[in-house]
Design a protein around this ligand. Structure first.
Ligand SMILES: *Cc1c(COP(=O)(O)O)cnc(C)c1O
Length: 369
């Protein structure tokens, strides 16, 4: 590794966050570890291994290939695929303890037909208001009961997903109520899935009774709460770091970077850092973001390029090549959060984290070991 730009992942923070989440869930509620999107950019195999060590019994991914990646890395906990799985993944799923999501009678029949002599474990997704995958709550009970009679399928789970738990508590309560009706009707008709789960990170804090048999926190596990969570204090897991590559004096009136969007208004000490939009440090941050260097904030000046960007270190005279620089995280008592960057980029913390590209090596630290 010759380039100093890295994403530092603190595994002790993952453990502490899991503990904090467990402390604010009822004792019988399981925490499902959501590790889709390469564990929100943190590296799915390593994060899943930590969660498994901490007795997380179910891990959730978005795609069949993400499930395969976890199995190939040695993860043995049960895995749930939240997104669509094609028929040709079913033989792998039944042989490797992977549960699939089903969304209607036809998909369930298709899964049963290719399960061979085995039973494919299914979680039924009920659409209580998201309007995407899932059987509409109004039709759910009949369809799920019919699906349960398909040979070689086991409906082991039932879930729904909130559309706006961070922004619309009223609609979230409505979704929870619609889901409760389906659960009740199924129970009355003798179908009792082993695991009924509903809440994502923001959903956990919306109303009592929403946690059921399981919760599915993703972003909370990674320490970026989507809503203020006074009862559940988590801390960021990922820091994005690099080093100053070079420092140069520019005269007043000199442009910096493509498009000359920044013109120096004084003799300026410009420093380069080896990170750009190909690393996920997006061009939208040009002339707006700042980094931490020698106990000060230094502004990003000019356009962010694919591989490099410039910062103004005129007010940090001691700055020199090799100095550590933090773009996300804490350094020298200062901090830059993923949420702050997301705001500047006009997006959400999820997109900032998952957007940190493959070119940035993930370095794992464990403050406890
Ligand atoms: C991604 C996802 C989650 C986790 O959402 P967070 O907001 O990160 O907690 C939970 N459930 C489903 C179905 C998801 O797709």
């Amino acid at each position: 590794m010759y380039r100093p730009t890295v994403a530092e992942i603190d595994l002790a923070a993952i453990r502490d966050n899991l503990r904090a989440i467990r402390a604010c869930t009822p004792p019988m509620t399981q925490v499902i570890g959501v590790v889709k999107g390469d564990a929100y950019g943190h590296g799915a195999a390593r994060i899943a291994a930590v969660l498994e060590q901490e007795q997380v019994r179910l891990l959730a991914v978005a795609t069949p290939d993400e499930a395969v990646e976890l199995r190939e890395s040695g993860i043995t906990a049960e895995i749930l695929v939240l997104g669509h799985s094609p028929a040709d993944f079913v033989p792998y799923a039944v042989m490797n303890n992977v549960a699939l999501t089903t969304v209607n009678q036809a998909t369930t029949a298709m899964y049963g037909a290719v399960a061979g002599t085995h039973t494919v474990r299914l979680h039924y997704n009920v659409d209580t208001g998201m309007g995407r995958a899932g059987v509409l709550a109004d039709n759910a009970t009949e369809q799920i009961l019919r699906s349960a009679t398909v040979p070689h399928v086991g409906i082991v789970g039932l879930y729904s997903h909130f559309a706006c738990a961070e922004s619309d508590p009223k609609f979230t309560v409505l979704q929870a109520a619609r889901f409760a009706v389906v659960v009740q009707e199924l129970r009355a008709r003798g179908l009792q899935p082993a695991m009924v789960h509903l809440a994502n990170s923001a959903g956990m804090f919306t109303s009592p009774g929403v946690m059921l048999d399981g919760v599915r926190p993703g972003i909370l596990l990674y320490g970026c709460p989507p809503v203020p969570t006074p009862t559940c204090s988590v801390r960021p897991v990922l820091s994005l770091r690099t080093e100053l590559e070079m420092v140069k004096e520019l005269p007043e009136g000199h442009g910096i970077g493509y498009g000359r969007t920044f013109i120096t208004d004084r003799p300026t000490r410009m420093a380069l850092i080896p990170i750009g939009y190909a690393d996920g440090y997006l061009r939208a941050l040009s002339n707006t973001a700042r980094v931490i260097l020698r106990g000060r904030f230094a502004p990003v000046v000019g356009r962010i390029s694919m591989d490099v960007c410039a910062i103004d270190v005129t007010d940090i005279p001691a700055a020199r090549a090799g100095d550590p620089v933090t773009l996300i995280g804490k350094q020298d008592g200062l901090s830059i959060t993923v949420g702050e960057l997301a705001e500047l980029m006009g997006t959400i913390s999820y997109e900032v984290l998952t957007g940190i590209s493959k070119r940035v090596p993930r370095i794992y630290i464990d403050r406890r070991t």
